[in-house]
Ligand binder design. Structure first.
Ligand SMILES: C[S@@+](CC[C@H](N)C(=O)[O-])C[C@H]1O[C@@H](n2cnc3c(N)ncnc32)[C@H](O)[C@@H]1O
Length: 281
């Protein structure tokens, strides 16, 4: 691949952290997940990735991605021709890791990210990139016009960067346009949110989270009928996932559970079902 010089906006730059996390993980003998494409992308991008070396959050991003992958895999097992919408897709490669050959995919992000993404990936009849802000409601028309659902929306490490009012609008948009759909999202409560300036957290980049959410049940206060199906932390991962982790990662997870660190306990990985429409959709 020829080397790409990346010029991304402030919040967009954050996509390089999980990308690098997956690339580093792929080099390990025993890994939480495999992602050879992430390694190729890192090699092709002219950026000082080494500044993220040693960040504990690198492994965190990999654990998060692995859990989101499981939710997508479970969804596609139940609905093989369903639709997965990656909100704030960055340079994620979930399609490469979890596609089943039948599902419909949309990958949405801000225009400069999609411009970069298009240098690596191409649209196909089942895979469409959308260059827009998730807060610009028109994208829902594009998705609805080109797919039939059922839908899973994966917003991995995206919504905390939005203002709370924008997150509410996104939840309303999804609930109005895609009732009964699944939404995977992470939430950052005060114990996590308030430490984001620390060097081990987002200190290496300029972007900062805007939306602090202590409890994903808050979504049901905004939008009655939202059902929180799962809400996990890095210290309490679902047993089937924990059981498959490499032994050193299991040890780390167990150690975290004993310490009950606020920055770990207050960062939640959630799967919610949006309210079903009045006709039971
Ligand atoms: C931490 S990265 C996560 C990328 C990807 N989900 C992953 O896990 O690898 C955050 C992503 O959210 C995107 N993002 C932030 N605000 C957005 C918005 N208003 N609309 C769409 N995407 C947005 C950024 O451009 C970036 O790609």
């Amino acid at each position: 691949m020829t080397e790409r010089d990346v010029r991304l906006g402030t919040v967009q730059e954050t996509l390089l952290i999980p990308l690098y996390g997956r690339a580093v993980e792929n080099r390990k003998k025993e890994a939480v997940l495999r992602d050879a494409v992430a390694e190729e992308l890192v090699a092709a991008i002219d950026y000082d990735f080494a500044r993220f070396d040693g960040l504990p959050m690198l492994l965190g991003t990999v654990l998060r991605t692995s859990l989101f992958d499981r939710w997508v895999t479970d969804f596609l097992a139940e609905h093989p021709t369903g639709t997965v919408v990656e909100i704030g897709t960055g340079l994620n490669t979930r399609y490469e890791r979890t596609d089943n050959g039948q599902a419909r995919w949309f990958e949405l992000d801000l225009p400069d990210v999609i411009e970069l993404r298009r240098t690596f990936f191409t649209d196909t009849p089942r895979r469409t990139m959308i260059a827009t802000s998730v807060t610009d409601k028109a994208w829902a028309d594009t998705v609805a016009a080109q797919s039939g659902g059922p839908y899973l929306f994966a917003a991995e490490a995206v919504l905390p960067y939005l203002e709370e009012a924008d997150v509410r609008d996104v939840i309303d948009l999804l609930a109005d346009r895609f009732p009964g759909s699944l939404l995977a999202l992470d939430t950052s409560g005060p114990g996590h949110f308030d430490t984001q300036d620390q060097p081990g957290s987002l200190g290496k980049v300029d972007a900062r989270m805007q939306w602090s959410c202590a409890d994903p049940a808050r979504l049901a206060e905004w939008r009655p009928g939202v059902d929180v199906l799962a809400s996990d932390t890095f210290s309490s991962l679902p047993a089937p996932m924990y059981d498959e982790l490499p032994a050193p990662v299991q040890e780390m997870v167990t150690g975290l559970a004993a310490q009950r660190l606020p920055q770990v306990e207050d960062y939640r990985l959630n799967l919610v079902r949006l309210p079903r429409g009045s006709d039971g959709e």
